[in-house]
Design a protein around this ligand. Structure first.
Ligand code: GCU
Length: 675
């Protein structure tokens, strides 16, 4: 049976090795669950489905094992774990006791995550004879952000239309909603913002709240809470008020009533996500109020409920003289300490906008009193849409593992990583969050590019535990999704681990950024006209006859001053700045020798050419695994790689020919000038 990718990593195909199957089956003779709350029911049902597929055997669900052994018991209890290891509310422990697999947790959701973890163990063919796994999520709110619109389109979506069929809801429930919830729960994702940050006010109408409530009902048994993005001016557009000023009593009352109405429809509603005074969206600054005034007003409205306000820090003004890099820090650090305790400020990983490689945002480490949530982009807006194979875990990890040095000089390296800011351990944030802008859509395989499923997977796994390595996650995913054949697993994992650097090399090497206009796909480094100066390509790369790159040192915008001295030291000297960040911080002469011994121009050409060539290597690697990968998926990816190669050449040629006009240097041997 051909695989169309619908089942994602939850395939549960029969394990081929009969001995292995038997050994698993001996420990899976029943599933004991003492209560039948909806989340525990999902856990038992998933175990049953998984075991049926993997072992080819129907396993009964019972309420009490009555001393029988040889099965799986879900035990939700407040008692300490047998070995004294601590679990947080959503954590789980899987252990073998007297020939029984016991999945212990403090909450039903913990049991659900434990059930999925147990299945993952079987899906990756690990031994369960002495199974012992204890795991708790490091971040409290682990969520997807959908940029889905009322009309069924998705902003920056490359996998078809929206999963949410607004015109059919709430009466018709697409069975796919449940599979969406299962996939997320399998990773530990516990929240979903269902609509675009460029929000339509219609989501605040009762008509839409009923639709969203219907989704919430499907997600609830999977431990997933629903959130909504709000349009700041909704009190005007749908409320009929004259203002959306956060300090206006009528506006405050409107939001208080609205939030009450939301909770009536969705009692476990997760909270509100806000993009305000950003890219033309309205916000509190329209009334000379601050982001804190706005966020706190909503937090007040949320006071009676267990929900949060997530306020995005993605802001910048249309100022040709300013450096957009600095905007979020400038607007938000003065407000540190002023936010209500229900507010999380959500920060994109880098200071600009999800570029293929960015330094970490300088807000991390500089908001000691305000919980900062991480916002990653899973959808590949700047990473080649659905035609380029880019495994994003290395990008996520690079940011999470960056040291902010907020602990100061002399502290052990890694003591103050971005991950430790986000998980709250560094500044003692009371609430913590990690969000990924979803790459899901109505395509049968969910993500358009079948390999982009790995990015959804990796985001979820890292939101649960940011200490996992990109390699371990890839290995898991390949085993669960594509093949168990060890050589192929290794080949595909290696390919995945290199894919992001390959993309960066042909797309934006050495710290170039944002070479596109319009849809963020076609290379247009020459683009210089736009209604906003900071929406041109030339604003970012600053190529001229002297050199290329954005001077962000003291002689330029001095954005570097937003980082701690230790970080500044890494990047402030063009001689020692690591090459991946060079042009982020320096305007470098074309003929300047860089650390590889080549001139800047030669180094750029080398990256563009070897990057594009490496796609051929990817194609070769992929061709080798053909015998062990599902033919339909193999053919699909083969086609996409051919496309990627063609497009990599566009990128290379567009950049090289454009930059050459300034560099006035020949293309170094052995590379050939594009036709
Ligand atoms: C990017 C993206 C927009 C999006 C914005 C945001 O600029 O291109 O489509 O709305 O980010 O994150 O708000």
């Amino acid at each position: 049976q051909a695989d169309d990718g619908y089942r994602l990593w939850l395939k549960y195909d029969l394990i081929k090795d009969a001995a292995k199957r038997d050994s698993y089956a001996r420990s899976a003779q029943f599933i004991a669950v003492s209560s039948n709350g909806p989340i525990l029911k999902s856990a038992a049902e998933e175990l049953q489905t998984g075991l049926q597929g993997l072992l080819g055997k129907s396993v009964p669900v019972i309420t009490n094992s009555n001393g029988k052994t040889g099965g799986i018991t879900l035990s939700v209890t407040d008692a300490p774990t047998a070995d004294g290891q601590s679990l947080n509310n959503e954590g789980y422990q899987i252990a073998k006791r007297q020939n029984t697999i016991v999945i212990t947790s403090k909450s039903d959701a913990g049991a659900l995550y434990g059930a999925f973890a147990f299945l993952r163990h079987l899906q990756t063919l690990q031994s369960i004879d002495a199974i012992s796994v204890t795991s708790s999520p490091k971040v409290k709110y682990r969520m997807l952000n959908h940029w889905d619109n009322v009309n069924g389109t998705i902003e920056r979506g490359y996998a078809g239309g929206s999963l949410w069929k607004w015109y059919e809801l709430p009466e018709t429930i697409d069975p796919r909603y449940k599979d969406y919830a299962r996939a997320n729960a399998s990773l530990g994702i516990n929240g979903t913002v269902v609509n675009n940050v460029n929000a339509s006010a219609r989501f605040m109408t009762n008509e839409y709240l009923q639709k969203v409530a219907a989704l919430a009902k499907v997600f609830r048994p999977y431990g997933i809470r629903v959130y909504l993005s709000v349009y700041w001016a909704a009190p005007k557009t749908v409320g009929g008020l004259k203002t959306a000023d956060p300090l206006d009593p009528e506006v405050r009352k409107w939001w208080t009533d609205k939030v009450k109405e939301i909770y009536q429809a969705i009692p476990d509603f997760g909270g509100l996500l806000v993009k305000a005074n950003s890219e033309g969206e309205p916000g509190p600054q329209d009334y000379n109020r601050t982001h804190a005034d706005g966020a706190n007003m909503l937090a007040e409205a949320m006071k009676p409920y267990d929900g949060v306000v997530i306020w995005r820090a993605f802001v910048y003004k249309a100022d040709p003289k300013a450096d957009r890099f600095k905007a979020a820090y400038e607007e938000f650090t003065p407000l540190d300490g002023q936010f209500n305790k229900k507010v999380i400020v959500q920060v994109k990983n880098g200071p600009i906008d999800f570029q293929p490689r960015e330094p970490f945002s300088p807000l991390f480490g500089n908001m000691l009193q305000t919980p900062l949530g991480m916002e990653f982009q899973i959808t590949q807006e700047y990473l080649g849409f659905a035609t380029h194979w880019v495994y994003e875990a290395p990008l996520f990890k690079e940011c999470l593992d960056s040291d902010t040095y907020v602990k100061g000089k002399g502290s052990p390296s890694g003591a103050a990583t971005v991950a430790k800011v986000v998980d709250g351990s560094l500044h003692g944030y009371p609430i913590t969050a990690m969000a990924g802008v979803a790459n899901t859509g109505s395509d049968r395989n969910w993500t358009g590019h079948p390999m982009a499923q790995a990015n959804w997977y990796a985001f979820g796994r890292l939101a649960w535990d940011h200490t996992l390595s990109a390699e371990a996650i890839a290995n898991e995913w390949v085993n669960m999704t594509l093949t168990h054949e060890p050589q192929a697993v290794k080949r595909i994992t290696d390919l995945m681990l290199r894919s992001r650097d390959i993309y960066v090399d042909y797309n934006t090497p050495l710290g170039l950024s944002r070479p596109w206009a319009g849809v963020h796909f076609a290379p247009e480094p020459w683009q210089s006209k736009s209604p906003r100066p900071d929406w041109t390509a030339v604003y970012y790369h600053r190529a001229d006859s002297a050199g290329v790159g954005f001077d962000r040192t003291a002689t330029g915008s001095n954005a570097l001053a937003q980082y701690r001295p230790e970080v500044q030291r890494q990047w402030s000297n063009a001689e020692t700045c690591p090459l991946p960040y060079l042009l982020w911080f320096h305007h470098v002469p074309w003929t300047k020798k860089v650390s590889t011994g080549r001139t800047l121009w030669d180094e750029l050409c080398t990256r563009f050419y070897t990057g594009a060539d490496s796609v051929t290597w990817m194609q070769q690697q992929w061709a080798q695994v053909k015998p062990v990968v599902d033919p339909e998926i193999h053919a699909d990816v083969t086609g996409r790689l051919a496309n990627q190669h063609k497009e990599a050449l566009w990128w290379r040629d567009a950049w090289v020919l454009y930059l050459q006009e300034y560099a006035k240097q020949p293309i170094p041997a052995p590379f050939k000038k594009p036709e």
